[in-house]
Design a protein around this ligand. Sequence first.
Ligand code: GMT
Length: 380
Amino acid sequence: MRIAVICYASVGGSGIVATELAKCLALRGHEIHVVSSEQPFRLGDDQPGVAFHRVDTPSYPLFREPQYVLSLSTTIIGLARSIDLDIIHAHYAVPHAAAAYLARQVLAGTGRAHVPRIVTTLHGTDITLVGSDSSFAETVGFCIDQSDGVTAVSESLKADTYKGLPVHADIRVIPNFLDCSIHHRIEAGDLRGRLAPAGHAVVMHISNYRPVKRIPAVVEVFARIRREIPATLVLVGHGPELSGGLALARDLGVAGDVRAVGEQADVRALLSAADVFLLPSATESFGLAALEAMACEVPVIASRVGGLPEVIEHEVNGYLRAPDDLGGMAADAIGLLSDPALRRQIGEAGREVVRERYCSHRVVPQYEAYYEEVLGKVSG
Ligand code: GMT
C-alpha cells in the first residue's frame, strides 16, 4: 500500500507512535510518506522505505496566523497526485482529520479516479482537551466522522470520544506499541552514577511538561519519598511546566536532589538506570511513557485515569492511585525502593505485559488489516 502518515513532529506520544508505525510499515514492504512540519525526531535520516515531506507554511504579511491546515492539505493533494496514495493516516484529529478531509474532497472534486481513503487515529488530548472544547467539538466531530476509518489508542479514549464529541463513526481500538527488539532494559554503564550520588534511589518522570502531566504532583510525591529515603528525581523532557516544578522543588527543600536532563531521543539508557517511574497525570488516554518504562522493567506508579488501567494492573505490574492520592503514590514508591525483590518482580511483570500485548509485531498487523478493511469498503 502507499500510505501517507500525517503527524506532529514535536516530542509527544502521537508523533512517536506515528513515526514508529511508519518505520514498521516500511519494513513490511509498504511505501510510506511521512508528512509533517518538521522531520519527526525519531525518524532519522535515510530510513529505508520512508520518504519525508515537509509542510511549508508560507508567511504573508496580510496574515497574522500561519495557514497550517491549507498548507498540509496542499501537501497531501500534491503527494496523492504524484503517487496514487491509497491511505492518508492522520494522527491526532486536530487539525489533521480536517486537513485530510479537505484534501480528499479536493481530489474527488477535481475528478481524480484514485482517491485515497482516510484513517484517523485519536491519541488523547485531541479529544479530551482540545477537540471537546465546545468551540471546536462540532467541526472536529464532523471531520472525524468523515474519515473512512477511525481508531483510538484505548477503550477509554473511544468512550471519551463518544461522550465529548458528536461522533458516530465505529471506532476501532488499536493500542500503542513499541519495537520490543529495541525497547528493553539495556546496560546503562556509569549513567546511574552520573545521575545520582552513590546510595541514592533514582525516581524518574518523562513527559512534555504540560499541565495535564501534573508536574507539581511529581515533585510533591518525590519530596515525600525523599523524607524517608536518599533519592534523586530525574526529570527527562522539556515543556512549560518544568520551571514551575523546579521552583516547587526549591520551596520543598529538595532542589539539590532534582536533575533536569532535557529532551532525549533515546530514553532506554535513562530508564534502565531508574528504580521507579512517576506518572500522576490528570488524564492519559494510553500512557506511552509508562509503556516505555515497563518495557525497561521500571515499576510505574500512575494515576488511575483514562487508558492507564488498561495497561497497568495495580500491585501486579505497577501501581495505580487516584490522581490526588499523593500520599498513596509516595507510599508505593517507598515500599518499592525499600524492597529490591518486589521492585524486580513488578518490573518483570511490567515487561511481560509489554511483550504479550504491545510489541510492534502484534499491533502493526492490526493497522494493516484495518487499512485493507477500509480500502475494501464501498465508498459513499
Ligand atoms: O499529552 C501528551 O503526552 C502528548 C500526546 C500526543 O498526542 O502527543 O499524548 C497522547 O497520545 C499518546 C500517544 O497515543 C498517549 O500515549 C498519551 O497518553 C496521550 N496523552 C494524554 O492523553 C494526556
